[in-house]
Design a protein around this ligand. Structure first.
Ligand code: FAD
Length: 153
Protein backbone atom coordinates (compact mmCIF):
# COMPACT_ATOMS: atom_id res chain seq x y z
CA UNK A 1 0.00 0.00 0.00
CA UNK A 2 1.37 3.36 -1.02
CA UNK A 3 1.32 6.03 1.65
CA UNK A 4 0.92 9.75 1.18
CA UNK A 5 0.64 12.57 3.71
CA UNK A 6 -2.51 13.96 2.11
CA UNK A 7 -4.91 13.27 -0.72
CA UNK A 8 -6.62 16.02 -2.67
CA UNK A 9 -9.65 15.14 -4.77
CA UNK A 10 -10.10 17.32 -7.85
CA UNK A 11 -7.50 19.03 -10.03
CA UNK A 12 -9.39 22.31 -10.27
CA UNK A 13 -8.62 25.77 -8.95
CA UNK A 14 -9.15 24.65 -5.37
CA UNK A 15 -7.43 21.29 -5.58
CA UNK A 16 -4.35 22.41 -7.47
CA UNK A 17 -3.75 25.37 -5.16
CA UNK A 18 -4.04 23.17 -2.10
CA UNK A 19 -1.91 20.37 -3.54
CA UNK A 20 0.77 22.91 -4.49
CA UNK A 21 0.74 24.45 -1.02
CA UNK A 22 0.98 21.05 0.67
CA UNK A 23 3.83 20.03 -1.62
CA UNK A 24 5.65 23.28 -0.89
CA UNK A 25 5.33 22.44 2.80
CA UNK A 26 7.13 19.16 2.13
CA UNK A 27 4.11 16.88 2.16
CA UNK A 28 3.72 13.85 -0.09
CA UNK A 29 0.47 14.47 -1.97
CA UNK A 30 -1.82 12.38 -4.14
CA UNK A 31 -3.90 14.62 -6.41
CA UNK A 32 -6.81 12.61 -7.78
CA UNK A 33 -8.52 13.72 -10.98
CA UNK A 34 -11.24 11.73 -12.67
CA UNK A 35 -10.53 12.89 -16.22
CA UNK A 36 -7.26 13.74 -17.99
CA UNK A 37 -9.35 16.20 -19.98
CA UNK A 38 -9.97 18.10 -16.75
CA UNK A 39 -6.39 18.59 -15.50
CA UNK A 40 -6.50 22.18 -14.27
CA UNK A 41 -10.22 21.95 -13.63
CA UNK A 42 -13.41 23.38 -15.04
CA UNK A 43 -12.17 26.94 -15.52
CA UNK A 44 -9.40 26.35 -18.02
CA UNK A 45 -11.00 23.41 -19.81
CA UNK A 46 -14.71 24.14 -20.24
CA UNK A 47 -15.59 27.40 -18.51
CA UNK A 48 -13.69 30.68 -18.03
CA UNK A 49 -10.99 30.31 -20.67
CA UNK A 50 -12.83 28.62 -23.56
CA UNK A 51 -15.82 30.96 -23.24
CA UNK A 52 -13.56 34.02 -23.42
CA UNK A 53 -11.72 32.58 -26.39
CA UNK A 54 -14.96 31.87 -28.25
CA UNK A 55 -16.52 35.24 -27.38
CA UNK A 56 -13.38 37.00 -28.63
CA UNK A 57 -13.38 35.02 -31.89
CA UNK A 58 -17.11 35.65 -32.36
CA UNK A 59 -16.65 39.40 -31.97
CA UNK A 60 -13.84 39.43 -34.53
CA UNK A 61 -15.89 37.34 -36.97
CA UNK A 62 -18.98 39.54 -36.57
CA UNK A 63 -16.89 42.61 -37.36
CA UNK A 64 -15.49 40.96 -40.49
CA UNK A 65 -18.87 39.85 -41.87
CA UNK A 66 -18.77 37.83 -45.09
CA UNK A 67 -20.64 34.88 -46.55
CA UNK A 68 -22.03 31.93 -44.64
CA UNK A 69 -19.11 29.77 -45.79
CA UNK A 70 -16.59 32.38 -44.68
CA UNK A 71 -18.24 32.62 -41.28
CA UNK A 72 -18.42 28.83 -41.02
CA UNK A 73 -14.69 28.60 -41.71
CA UNK A 74 -14.00 31.18 -39.02
CA UNK A 75 -16.23 29.24 -36.62
CA UNK A 76 -14.15 26.10 -37.23
CA UNK A 77 -10.98 28.13 -36.71
CA UNK A 78 -12.42 29.52 -33.46
CA UNK A 79 -13.02 26.00 -32.16
CA UNK A 80 -9.46 25.04 -33.11
CA UNK A 81 -8.09 28.11 -31.33
CA UNK A 82 -10.18 27.35 -28.22
CA UNK A 83 -8.86 23.76 -28.24
CA UNK A 84 -5.29 24.98 -28.70
CA UNK A 85 -5.49 27.39 -25.77
CA UNK A 86 -7.18 24.96 -23.41
CA UNK A 87 -4.77 22.18 -24.39
CA UNK A 88 -1.81 24.44 -23.71
CA UNK A 89 -3.13 25.43 -20.30
CA UNK A 90 -4.10 21.86 -19.43
CA UNK A 91 -0.55 20.71 -20.14
CA UNK A 92 1.01 23.55 -18.17
CA UNK A 93 -1.29 22.89 -15.21
CA UNK A 94 -0.50 19.18 -15.30
CA UNK A 95 3.26 19.56 -15.40
CA UNK A 96 3.34 22.29 -12.77
CA UNK A 97 2.20 19.69 -10.23
CA UNK A 98 3.01 16.31 -11.78
CA UNK A 99 6.65 17.26 -12.23
CA UNK A 100 7.08 17.92 -8.52
CA UNK A 101 8.83 15.00 -6.81
CA UNK A 102 6.33 14.86 -3.95
CA UNK A 103 3.11 15.10 -5.97
CA UNK A 104 1.51 12.16 -7.71
CA UNK A 105 -1.35 12.89 -10.07
CA UNK A 106 -3.70 9.92 -9.88
CA UNK A 107 -6.14 9.29 -12.71
CA UNK A 108 -9.33 7.98 -11.18
CA UNK A 109 -12.66 8.81 -9.65
CA UNK A 110 -12.29 9.11 -5.90
CA UNK A 111 -15.04 8.09 -3.57
CA UNK A 112 -15.49 7.85 0.13
CA UNK A 113 -16.41 4.57 1.66
CA UNK A 114 -17.94 4.21 5.08
CA UNK A 115 -15.65 4.30 8.13
CA UNK A 116 -12.89 1.69 7.74
CA UNK A 117 -14.00 -0.88 5.18
CA UNK A 118 -11.57 -2.97 3.16
CA UNK A 119 -10.46 -1.22 -0.03
CA UNK A 120 -11.16 -3.46 -2.97
CA UNK A 121 -10.17 -1.23 -5.88
CA UNK A 122 -7.27 -1.52 -8.29
CA UNK A 123 -5.26 0.60 -5.91
CA UNK A 124 -5.65 1.41 -2.27
CA UNK A 125 -3.96 4.18 -0.42
CA UNK A 126 -4.03 5.41 3.10
CA UNK A 127 -4.16 9.14 3.34
CA UNK A 128 -4.62 11.53 6.21
CA UNK A 129 -6.17 13.94 5.70
CA UNK A 130 -8.32 13.86 2.58
CA UNK A 131 -9.38 17.14 0.99
CA UNK A 132 -12.31 17.15 -1.41
CA UNK A 133 -12.40 19.88 -4.06
CA UNK A 134 -14.68 18.36 -6.72
CA UNK A 135 -16.24 21.61 -7.88
CA UNK A 136 -19.96 21.51 -8.32
CA UNK A 137 -20.02 17.72 -8.55
CA UNK A 138 -20.98 15.63 -5.57
CA UNK A 139 -18.63 12.80 -4.74
CA UNK A 140 -20.08 9.40 -5.44
CA UNK A 141 -20.21 6.98 -2.58
CA UNK A 142 -19.69 4.14 -2.24
CA UNK A 143 -18.02 2.79 -5.35
CA UNK A 144 -15.87 -0.22 -4.73
CA UNK A 145 -13.92 -0.39 -7.96
CA UNK A 146 -12.41 3.07 -7.63
CA UNK A 147 -9.72 4.49 -5.43
CA UNK A 148 -10.65 4.51 -1.83
CA UNK A 149 -9.11 6.60 0.84
CA UNK A 150 -9.30 5.96 4.55
CA UNK A 151 -9.48 9.07 6.62
CA UNK A 152 -7.50 8.31 9.75
CA UNK A 153 -9.01 10.08 12.69
C1 FAD B 1 -19.18 29.22 -18.21
C2 FAD B 1 -18.37 29.54 -16.98
C3 FAD B 1 -17.49 30.61 -17.02
C4 FAD B 1 -16.74 30.94 -15.88
N1 FAD B 1 -15.89 32.02 -15.95
C5 FAD B 1 -15.17 32.35 -14.86
C6 FAD B 1 -14.28 33.46 -14.88
O1 FAD B 1 -14.16 34.18 -15.89
N2 FAD B 1 -13.55 33.73 -13.79
C7 FAD B 1 -13.65 32.96 -12.64
O2 FAD B 1 -12.96 33.25 -11.65
N3 FAD B 1 -14.47 31.89 -12.60
C8 FAD B 1 -15.23 31.57 -13.67
N4 FAD B 1 -16.07 30.47 -13.60
C9 FAD B 1 -16.13 29.70 -12.37
C10 FAD B 1 -14.96 28.71 -12.25
O3 FAD B 1 -14.97 27.80 -13.35
C11 FAD B 1 -15.10 27.96 -10.92
O4 FAD B 1 -15.15 28.90 -9.88
C12 FAD B 1 -13.92 27.05 -10.68
O5 FAD B 1 -13.78 26.14 -11.74
C13 FAD B 1 -14.13 26.31 -9.36
O6 FAD B 1 -12.95 25.59 -9.08
P1 FAD B 1 -13.01 24.27 -8.21
O7 FAD B 1 -11.60 23.86 -7.95
O8 FAD B 1 -13.89 24.49 -7.03
O9 FAD B 1 -13.77 23.19 -9.11
P2 FAD B 1 -13.39 22.63 -10.56
O10 FAD B 1 -12.54 23.56 -11.33
O11 FAD B 1 -14.70 22.21 -11.16
O12 FAD B 1 -12.50 21.34 -10.26
C14 FAD B 1 -13.05 20.19 -9.70
C15 FAD B 1 -12.32 19.00 -10.32
O13 FAD B 1 -12.65 17.84 -9.57
C16 FAD B 1 -12.79 16.77 -10.47
N5 FAD B 1 -13.63 15.77 -9.78
C17 FAD B 1 -14.92 15.87 -9.42
N6 FAD B 1 -15.31 14.77 -8.76
C18 FAD B 1 -14.22 13.97 -8.68
C19 FAD B 1 -13.98 12.68 -8.12
N7 FAD B 1 -14.96 12.01 -7.48
N8 FAD B 1 -12.75 12.13 -8.22
C20 FAD B 1 -11.76 12.79 -8.86
N9 FAD B 1 -11.92 14.02 -9.43
C21 FAD B 1 -13.14 14.59 -9.33
C22 FAD B 1 -13.44 17.37 -11.70
O14 FAD B 1 -13.21 16.59 -12.86
C23 FAD B 1 -12.73 18.72 -11.77
O15 FAD B 1 -11.56 18.69 -12.57
C24 FAD B 1 -16.84 30.14 -14.71
C25 FAD B 1 -17.71 29.03 -14.68
C26 FAD B 1 -18.47 28.75 -15.79
C27 FAD B 1 -19.40 27.55 -15.76
Amino acid sequence: MRKVDAAVIGFGKGGKALAGALAAAGKMVALVEKSPKRYGGTCINVACIPTKSLVHSAALSAAQGGTFDERAARYAAAIDEKDRVTGLLRGKNYHKLADLPNVEVVDGTASFVNSFPPCTGAASRTAAPVFAAPGELALDTPREENYCYHHKL
